[in-house]
Unconditional design. Structure first.
Length: 420
């Protein structure tokens, strides 16, 4: 038997209402902040992500779905959206029409990670990118929007973590400090971290190896060595969060798994999803646009994992949805009335009513059971003596009230169904 690929999952129709509910909240809140939707292709040239996210990151080094197409071009299924949005921003000169471009997205992403609860190889993100301003108010806005979306789903067990990585110069100075600190401990680091010591020392903070964590715990902190501008911007973000009543923690180790960040980084964790705690993450990336060939343009953004959020919602039972019901279930009393019922269903569907009937030649009793299962608001009986007199019988399933209506009077039927 052929099964779905490891790390992918079907979203069955019983799951869809939860997805739709989340999507509705996401779209409403992004629209309140005036973000417009963008959709980009599922795959891009590999170089976009390699250059944008950074060669030394886990995503580029170990997790991308990269393949050659028939014309020998190296393509990659998008592991994240920021690089793709920036590519589109540059390609369509979006910044020429508008100095500040505020975009949001909702899309599948692909990373070949080890699957576990809340971690998939095809997963879905929603997120936002604001390109064109260095205002820290926009950094705060990213946190506010993501927090508001998570709260709108009823989630409680949330921790907002923030950090600042400073400007590139600050970071270069800090890297020297970190190098000095780690120099005599280098040989006790894991192999990956020893390599990163040479290539991209900040990535050592990403290490999951316990002995690395122990060493790095006492390292000097980047937030204590910020330049004046980064420090002032960080203060603005903290102030805005306090004003919006969003509790937060400063997490000096939050370097994030992508290389493009400058100044603010943040994550929102949930205590309700097991090991994969990050529901969303983001930050400022003032250098990415020029790295990818555009004019120097400051930008900030975030992305959130939908599967992980829905898992947190399920574990916290944070919202309940009322089962959607169909408007009318048609029951034919005589089997030979199939085509009459089919025609009537067609007329009612044209009136924008949701309608179904039995295609399996089942007994009246079985049809009634089906109507109950589908939570039908009305049941319409066709057949028997009433049918011979040109009538049909409408039953309101919540009140039990029944009435007869002429078969030809669809308008009358519709108004009863809509008004009763
Ligand atoms: P990220 O931290 O790599 O950031 O991913 C954002 C969120 O996507 C994570 O917090 C997590 O909820 C979800 N996620 C990531 N990998 C998986 C996975 N394998 N399975 C399920 N969910 C996952 C970014 O992608 C950046 N582009 C965010 C950003 C936007 N920064 C600035 N702008």
């Amino acid at each position: 038997m052929i099964k779905a690929i490891t790390g992918t999952k079907d979203i069955l129709s019983s799951d869809i209402p939860h997805w739709k509910y989340l999507e509705k909240n996401v779209e409403r809140i992004f629209s309140n902040y005036n973000y417009k939707e963008i959709r980009t292709p599922i795959f891009e040239e590999t170089a976009l992500f390699a250059r944008g996210i950074g060669e030394e990151t886990d995503i580029v080094g170990k997790e991308m779905y990269t393949f050659k197409d028939r014309s020998d071009t190296s393509l990659t299924l998008k592991p994240e959206m920021t690089a793709a949005v920036v590519r589109a921003y540059i390609e369509h000169s979006l910044g020429v029409q508008q100095p500040l471009v505020k975009l949001f997205y909702l899309s599948p992403m692909f990373r070949q990670e080890r699957p576990q609860a809340g971690r998939f190889r095809q997963f879905h993100q929603f997120g936002a990118e604001a390109i064109g301003s260095k205002s820290p108010l926009l950094d705060a806005e990213m946190i506010q929007m993501s927090y508001e979306i998570l709260k709108s789903l009823g989630l409680k067990n949330l921790t907002v973590k923030i950090n600042s990585l400073g400007t590139p110069e600050t970071r270069e100075n800090y890297k020297k400090l970190l190098k000095n600190f780690l120099e005599d401990k280098k040989n006790t680091l894991s192999e990956d971290s020893r390599r990163r010591f040479e290539t991209n020392i900040l990535r050592i903070f990403d290490s999951k190896v316990e002995s690395d964590q122990k060493i790095i715990k006492d390292a000097p902190k980047l937030v204590d060595h910020l330049d004046e501008e980064s420090k002032a911007d960080f203060e603005v973000v903290k102030d805005q969060l306090a004003k919006s009543n969003i509790p937060f923690e400063i997490e000096p180790k939050l370097v994030r798994g992508l290389d493009y960040y400058t100044k603010l980084t943040f994550e929102i964790d949930s205590g309700s999803v097991g090991a994969q705690t990050a529901l969303c993450g983001g930050g400022r990336y003032d250098l990415l646009i020029e790295t990818l060939g555009g004019k120097p343009t400051p930008a900030t953004g975030f992305a959130a994992g939908i599967e992980r959020i829905l898992l947190a919602c399920e574990n916290e039972m944070s919202f309940t949805l009322h089962e959607s019901a169909i408007d009318v279930y048609l029951i034919r009393i005589d089997n030979e009335l199939d085509s009459v019922v089919n025609e009537l269903a067609g007329k009612l569907r044209k009136e924008n009513l949701s309608v179904d009937f039995d295609y399996l030649q089942r007994s009246v009793k079985a049809q009634m059971r089906e109507a109950n299962k589908l939570n039908a608001k009305y049941v319409l009986f066709i057949g028997g003596d009433e049918y011979k007199q040109g009538l049909m019988n409408l039953k309101n399933m919540s009140t039990g009230i029944e009435e007869t209506i002429p078969l030809t009077k669809i308008e009358e039927l519709k108004s009863r169904i809509k008004n009763l």
